[in-house]
Structure formats: C-alpha cells, structure tokens
Write a protein that binds this ligand. Structure first.
Ligand code: NAG
Ligand code: NAG
Ligand code: NAG
Ligand code: NAG
Ligand code: NAG
Ligand code: NAG
Length: 849
C-alpha cells in the first residue's frame, strides 16, 4: 500500500485491481470458519480461474457444499490484506467523531465510491450509531423517523476503536471488554450497487433477522438469510414477507449480557452467518447506517432498539380476543352460520373475518352482491353481540373497468396515486382481480385517497379493522405486464437470494422501497381507521419492516396444517416480539392442506397463547372452526379459549408494557434467565411476560410433554402444586384437553371471569392469582382503561395498579420441599390468594378443570 498525501495524488493511484495473486501460504492460514466469501454470486460454479480473477484465495474446502460458495465453506475467499478502505483523518464532533475513508484500488464491481464519510454518533450511553455515506452525492436513506440525539452520551457503556489500515470499527463493552463488533475481519465494499460489511460476532447465540422460517436461535453454519419482501409460503432457507435487519446476540461466555445490531437499510440484501462466528451484510443499495445497542440484558436491548424504530401501538382490546376466518366461506350467510354456531356452543369469539371471496370479482372496496348480499346485516348482527368484523384488502387496484366503472381506479388516476414506470405511465401488474395498478403509499395524496375509499366502503359495510394482504407487494407477473426494463437497477452486479420473483425493481424508487411497501400501507390504513372510527386502529399486515408495530400486527403467513408448522410458529412469534411487532400469531390449525382434529386441538391450545389468536383456513379444505369437530375436541378448544379470555387483564397489561417500554409480550425464556445457557435455544416453550410459562404439546399421539424449568419455584397454574427446579427438564402430563401452564414464583397476575366475548366479560369481576416466592413475597400490576380510546395514557384516562404481596404470618407459608416433580396437593402451596383485599368483587377464580 501507498501512503496517501492528498486527494489529488489519490486519484493517480486508482487502478483496476490488476495485482499479484495472494501468496498460497497467506491463503492457507485462514481458518475455514473465518473465510469470507469472495464469490457469493449464486448459480455460478466458482473455478480457480474466476476466483483468481478477483485476486482471491481458492481452496476447495474439506466439506463439499451443494453449490460451491453457497451454504458451505466458501472455496473462494478474501486473502489477508485484500484491498479495503483506509481511514485518513478523524475529527471530533459534538456527538462523536467524523472521519474520511479512502480506497485506491477499485473492486471487481462497478462504480466504487472511493472516498467515504464516516460518522460515529454516541447517541446515548447504550446506543451507538455509525453512518458511512458518500460525501459527494446523496444516496437513498430509509424514510422512517429515528430519534436525533442532541448531545453526546456522557458515560457510554461502549468504547470505539478505529483501525486505520485497513479501516475497521471495533466496539467493546466497557464493563467487560467484550468485543461486540470488529469490522476488520473482511474488506469493506462500497460500490453503487454493492455494499458489504462483515464483523465478528461475539457468540454463536444470535436471534432476530426476520422474516425467515427457522428455529428461534439462528444456525450460524454458513447460513444465508436474504432480505427482500416476498410472497411465498413459508419454507426454510428463503426470504419471506417481511424484512428486519436487526439481530440480538448474547455476549461471549454465558455471562447473560446481550447486545443488538440494526442496519437501517431497505435494499435487497443477504445476511450471511458463518461459524467464525461472524456475520456479513451484503446490500445492493442505500447507505451503511447502523446502530449497536448495549443492553446489557436481552430485554433492554429490545427496548433500546424499539426506542429507535418506535414502540408498538397499544392494541384495541378486542384485538386480543379470538378471531375466526377462512378463505372460501362462499357467502355471507355461510359466514354468519359459523358465528351463530359458535354462539350456540358458547365458544368465545370476538371477531369474524372474511378473506378475498367476499369481494365482487376480487375488487377492493366491493362485496359480492349476490353471495354476500347479507354482509352488512351480518356485520350489524356482530356489533349487536359485542363482536367485530375484519376483512381483507389487497393493494392491487383493478385497472380494467368493470361494468359501471370503478371509482378507486378512476379516482386514483385522477389524483395520480399509482406507481409509474420511469416514463410516467401507470405501471400495471397482475393480482387477484387481473390487471392492477399499485398505489404509492409513500405519498400523502395516496393516504387521502385510501381513506376516501375506506370511508365509502364503510358506509356500506361498517367493518372494524383491516387485514392487508399481498403487500410485499405481490404480483403474478415479473416486473409488469410489459416485463422488466433492461437497466442497471434491473441487473444489479450482485443479486441477493430470491429477489427476482414477483413485482421486481421497476423504478429507481421501487428498487429502494420495495420492502417498505407493507409498512407504508399499514401506516396509511391505521391512520385512516383512527380518523374514521375515532378509536385505536386494528390492522394485520403480511409484509412488515422495522417500526411496523406502531401501525399493525402480523400473522405468520400461509403456513400448512402440519405439526412442524405449529412448532415453527413459536419461533416466528418470539422473533416478531423481538422485532417490535408483538401482536402476532400463526394461522391456528394451519392454513393450507387439511388439518386433523388432534393437531387442531393442540394448535388451538398453543394459539390461545399467541398474542394474536386467529384460526384461518384455505379454500377447498374442510371447515376447521371449533364447532366442526367432535364434542371432546370442541370442548378442549372452548376451554383453552375461555382460559385465554380469563387471562385478558394480564395480556392487556403486557401490551401496555410493550407500548410504553418496548417489552416483549410473548417472551423467550432466555430473556428472564439470561445466565442459564440451557434457555438459549428454547423455542418449544415460552413465557407471557416474566411469569407465565406455556409448555404446549407439539407432537402427535402423546399425553405428556417434556419442558425445561429454569431454576426456582414454579406453580402449576391450575392446581397450585409447586415444583422446585434446579434447572431441569420435567415430564408433564398433557392429556388432549390440557395445556401446561406454570407460574413462576413471585408473581401476581390479574385475571377475569371469561365469557364468550371480551366485551361481555369486560363487566365481569377481576381476580388476582399470586405465586409466592420462597420468602413469601410476590408482585404484579394491572393496566386498565376503556380498551379502545386513542392515547388513554397521554390523556390520563386509565388505571395502573401495582400489587405487592408481603409475608404477614409465617405459619401460613411453607415452601415446597421436594426437589423433584412430585406435586403435593396442599392448600398451603396453592398460589391463589383468595382475599377480598385483592379481588374487587367476588372471589371465584376461573380454572378450566
Ligand atoms: C478534520 O479537520 C481538518 C482540519 O480542520 C480538515 O482539514 C479535515 O477535512 C477534517 N476532516 C474531516 C473528516 O472532517
Ligand atoms: C479484529 O479482527 C482482526 C482481524 O481478524 C484481528 O486481527 C484483531 O485482533 C481483532 N481485534 C479485536 C479487538 O478483537
Ligand atoms: C341469506 O339468508 C337470508 C335470510 O335467511 C335469505 O333471505 C337470503 O336469501 C340468503 N342469501 C343467500 C345468498 O343465500
Ligand atoms: C404518475 O404519473 C402521473 C402523470 O403521468 C402523475 O400525475 C402521478 O403523480 C405519478 N404517480 C406518482 C405516484 O408519482
Ligand atoms: C356469559 O354470561 C352470560 C350472562 O351473564 C351467562 O349466562 C353465561 O353462562 C356466561 N358464559 C360463560 C361461558 O361464562
Ligand atoms: C406455523 C408456521 O409454520 N409458522 C411459520 C409461518 O411462517 C412464518 C413466516 O411467515 C414463520 O416465521 C413461521 O415459523
């Protein structure tokens, strides 16, 4: 390398990378786990010749990956000393530091940006922001509002070291010296359409990085996670509907401390995890703008991340009830019959939904005038029973005039709301109704038009919430009806995994904003609903992006009626809780394919503990609503739904904590037991809040379940029997009508006698259930308001009650004496406090025995 004197001389040094090949010895010293892929292009069989043309090391690895360079040890990797940027000057700023990065050797991708600006922003003691930008030309930045710090953190929990040559950033935790980030491990790339940043990871324990179908804990063995919103049935190793470039990682050494990382970038990208442990972010646009969150515990990391992207909205109370839906009821009368049947059996139901088949010829803002002629009457009937109605809307607006004209399209054209080709003509794709135009939700004019459409439809069918589907956005043709133009944007030098299908790049703004579509549509929808109804908005979106939780919840997509899909739904639910979208759940009993009774019972029991609980079925499948099954199955489902309703005060209070503090609602065990490494991979069990542990049955044909009990005293929720665990796996009885629930010591949780709707039970007495700790103490809280007004917290229209139990008379309490699971039925151990002091009116507590 040559010392740089000034920018002028720098230009003279730029060459096209025709350098000597790396020394074979230099290549050989790079351990396999630390080989960073120099030839990540898919579908290419990397040969020595191709690899060496990039001046990289070529060593066929000892393990044979299915396709060299992909999902296995890369055969072509960067040698030590591969050209990268140098840091040539650093100056202090009000918020941290700024520096200049330069590079003299071009890479093998077009349009290297040879001079970069680095900004280090010490935003808070627990949040560092780093921006690397092109000082000579502005590049696309994600249009979400993030907080602006005004003064530099006074005692940061992190320290930053800068490596000059090659440039790199090393972030350490001050208290322990743990290295959380080290970007010197591989060269930095910053070309117009290829930006790449690698770092070591502090441990193999990494979570987040949605939306993918995987275990909760990511596999770091050459695992490539693509980010590009995409309409596809959940399958492994592929990018799904949402994009969330955020991870939570445990620090090294099982100390229980954790940190987070968020790359604020919406372009198509690949995120590669490798066993180093290390990570590579490879994006094809935007800038490098990232945050490091210091925790120090996992829950604080999430709180700090959500401070940046926004805390989730407080849901309207009925969002937490039981929702029933299917594609293919066929008529409003058939839909209505299901509701009536549920009522006849006394099975809780708060919300009835319709999928696309309610529409007239699949057109948004219409309903089928014959098959769904009684839809408005059905919705009125729902309302008169304290129930709600939600229907699907797609973003694609038919551009073909049906008979009688189509106001949404005509008016949309008139107001110029649709996405255009670069030549200004309306871009036409193809979705359910046929040829469609796509509203540009990044524009306020479009929000107004969306509102007007919703209002016009609401005057006919007084719906209560919205289900926004197909908003990746999905299209059944690539690009548009005229295909894709032949431009640089359409042919990036590097294409991350599945980014070609469906609505593709189209225009320069879509290239950058594709994965933001679901977020922007949710924002428009939530705004419109609030304005129209004057209440909290209920929106469930398929596509999501960071900050989504402010506007909508999410369902986990078109899963199948398989036991495995039920299991992976727990990871999906926990991941979205980390991502600030706590209102989440999978289609209970499975969407596609035929469900079976046992699966549907077990799934309803698990689903009763999804923060968002909806049974949804596909067209042409047999009904899977509770009344469709045998009396035994029906009764088990009814019991689990009543149990959920009885826990509504707890669930609602947890959502309040999510809304005000960025807490998780459905919570991984590791959040409460971060020092217990055995909890790090658990995704077959979870908690509600800090105390209620759910151990569902996830396998067919069993009447027991094995669950892990972190160290401490646990109480069977139904019987009050105590278990004192040393941190062990226990085999629990789980007959078909039973889902295991345990209360951790030290909790007070509010419950309520349930009824068939949350509206009806809202008048029922509240109760407290308390699980005393060894020293006879416990605590908890209740947040309570009218359930639907906007900003009750800000306007002081709420009650927040804190409960504390302290030991008064020592002879009333004897802690469990058994180290093994030997439930002792004794009133001394029952967690239920039956005292009028704590229960507002009556003393009965609901237990589904
Ligand atoms: C740092 O300050 C020096 C001297 O004022 C200036 O020449 C240089 O451009 C500054 N560098 C950055 C990155 O702002
Ligand atoms: C950062 O990574 C480089 C390259 O692997 C390594 O030489 C260096 O020791 C690391 N620094 C720290 C503080 O871990
Ligand atoms: C729906 O039910 C109503 C009332 O029973 C009936 O009048 C109407 O004909 C039915 N509609 C259809 C499409 O079956
Ligand atoms: C598309 O182009 C039309 C005119 O050709 C314009 O009125 C409209 O605003 C454009 N749409 C968007 C979303 O920019
Ligand atoms: C719901 O309340 C009604 C009216 O008070 C009562 O008759 C019914 O038994 C309750 N249902 C349940 C499931 O508790
Ligand atoms: C139940 C199930 O398989 N859930 C998966 C459904 O798809 C989502 C992604 O949309 C996955 O995260 C879930 O694991």
């Amino acid at each position: 390398t040559t010392a740089l004197i000034s920018l002028g001389s720098l230009l003279l040094l730029v060459c096209d990378g025709s350098r000597a090949l790396p020394e074979p010895q230099a290549c050989g010293v790079v351990p396999e786990a630390w080989r960073f892929d120099c030839y990540p292009e898919r579908g290419v069989v990397v040969t020595r010749e191709l690899c060496e043309a990039r001046n990289c090391c070529f060593i066929p690895a000892s393990s044979f990956p299915p396709a060299p360079g992909r999902n296995g040890v890369p055969w072509c990797f960067y040698p030590p000393g591969f050209p990268s940027y140098s840091l040539v000057s650093v100056n202090a700023t009000d918020l941290g530091q700024t520096g200049t990065l330069v590079k003299t050797v071009k890479t093998y991708y077009p349009k290297d940006i040879l001079t970069l600006q680095l900004e280090l922003l010490y935003e808070t003691d627990h949040r560092l922001r780093v921006r690397i930008t092109d000082p000579s030309e502005s590049r696309f930045e994600v249009p979400i509002a993030v907080p602006k710090a005004t003064e530099k953190a006074s005692s940061p929990a992190y320290s930053v070291e800068l490596s000059n040559e090659p440039f790199g950033i090393i972030v350490k935790r001050t208290s322990t010296g743990a290295v959380l980030l080290n970007t010197t491990v591989a060269p930095l790339f910053y070309c117009d359409q290829f930006l790449q940043l690698s770092s070591s990871l502090s441990s193999q324990y990494i979570y987040g990085l949605g939306e993918h179908r995987s275990s909760f804990l990511h596999d770091i063995h050459w695992n490539t996670l693509t980010m590009w919103a995409r309409d596809v049935a959940p399958t492994e190793l592929t990018n799904l509907y949402g994009v969330h470039p955020f991870y939570l990682a445990m620090d090294e050494g099982g100390t229980g401390t954790a940190h987070g990382f968020f790359l604020l970038n919406s372009n198509a990208m690949d995120v590669v995890l490798q066993p180093g442990p290390a990570i590579t972010w490879r994006t094809i646009g935007g800038i490098l703008d990232f945050y490091v969150f210091l925790g120090p515990d996992p829950a604080s990391v999430i709180g700090q991340y959500l401070e940046v992207v926004g805390y989730p909205a407080m849901p309207v109370y009925w969002a937490l009830g039981y929702h029933l839906c299917r594609w293919g009821y066929g008529s409003s009368n058939a839909t209505w019959d299901v509701v009536k049947n549920m009522r006849n059996y006394g099975i809780p139901q708060d919300v009835q939904w319709n999928d696309i088949d309610y529409m007239d010829r699949s057109l948004d803002f219409t309903f089928d005038p014959t098959a769904f002629s009684t839809l408005p009457d059905m919705v009125k009937d729902l309302h008169s029973h304290g129930q709600r109605y939600v229907m699907m809307l797609d973003p694609g607006i038919s551009s073909v005039q049906p008979e009688g004209g189509y106001w949404p399209y005509d008016e949309g054209l008139r107001r110029g709301v649709f996405i255009n080709h670069t030549d200004g003509s309306t871009l036409i794709g193809k979705v359910w109704p046929g040829l469609t135009a796509f509203p540009d939700f990044s524009d306020d004019v479009t929000h107004e038009w969306w509102y007007d459409n919703l209002k016009r439809f609401h005057d006919k069918v007084p719906f209560d919430g919205l289900w926004i589907d197909m908003n990746e956005p999905s299209s059944f043709v690539d690009g548009s009806t005229v295909g894709c133009p032949d431009t640089e944007l359409e042919n990036p030098p590097y294409t991350p995994g599945e980014t070609h299908t469906h609505l593709s790049h189209l225009t320069s703004s879509h290239y950058n904003m594709h994965s933001l579509y679901g977020l922007l549509e949710a924002k428009a929808s939530a705004r419109a609903l609030k304005r129209m109804l004057g209440k909290r908005a209920f929106v469930i979106s398929r596509s999501t992006f960071p900050s989504q939780g402010q506007y909508s919840g999410h369902w986990l997509g078109d899963n199948r009626s398989h036991w495995k899909d039920m299991y992976t739904s727990i990871a999906g639910m926990l991941t979205f809780n980390l991502l600030g979208v706590p209102l989440v759940g999978a289609d209970i009993c499975g969407f596609s394919e035929q469900t079976e009774e046992e699966l549907c019972v077990r799934w309803t029991q698990l689903g009763a503990f999804y923060p968002f609980t909806r049974n949804h079925n596909s067209i042409d499948q047999k009904p899977q609503d509770p009344p469709a099954f045998s009396p035994r199955a029906r009764s088990a489902m009814k019991q689990s739904l009543l149990l959920r309703s009885s826990l509504f005060p707890l669930l609602y209070t947890l959502f309040h904590r999510a809304h005000t503090h960025g807490h998780t609602v459905a919570r991984p065990l590791l959040f409460e037991f971060p020092k217990d490494v055995r909890t790090y991979g658990i995704d077959r069990q979870f908690l509600w809040g800090k105390s209620l542990m759910v151990t569902p049955v996830l396998d067919p044909g069993v009447d027991y379940v094995v669950g892990y009990f972190p160290q401490g005293l646990w109480y069977d929720y139904y019987t009050g029997d105590s278990i004192r665990s040393k941190g062990e796996e226990l085999r629990l009885k789980a007959p078909l009508d039973h889902i295991n629930l345990h209360l951790r010591e030290g909790a007070v949780i509010p419950t309520q006698r349930p009824n068939t709707t949350l509206f009806v039970s809202s008048g029922q007495p509240l109760h407290l259930v308390s699980s005393l700790s060894e020293d006879g103490s416990a605590g908890g809280e209740l947040f309570w308001d009218d359930g639907e007004s906007i900003d009750t917290l800000e306007t002081d229209q709420y009650a927040h009650v804190v409960f504390t139990v302290v030991k008064v008379r020592s002879d009333h309490y004897r802690p469990g004496s058994s180290d093994h699971y030997r439930p002792v039925r004794s009133d001394h151990y029952r967690p239920v406090l039956r005292s009028d002091q704590y229960a507002p009116t009556t003393t009965d507590q609901y237990a589904p025995t």
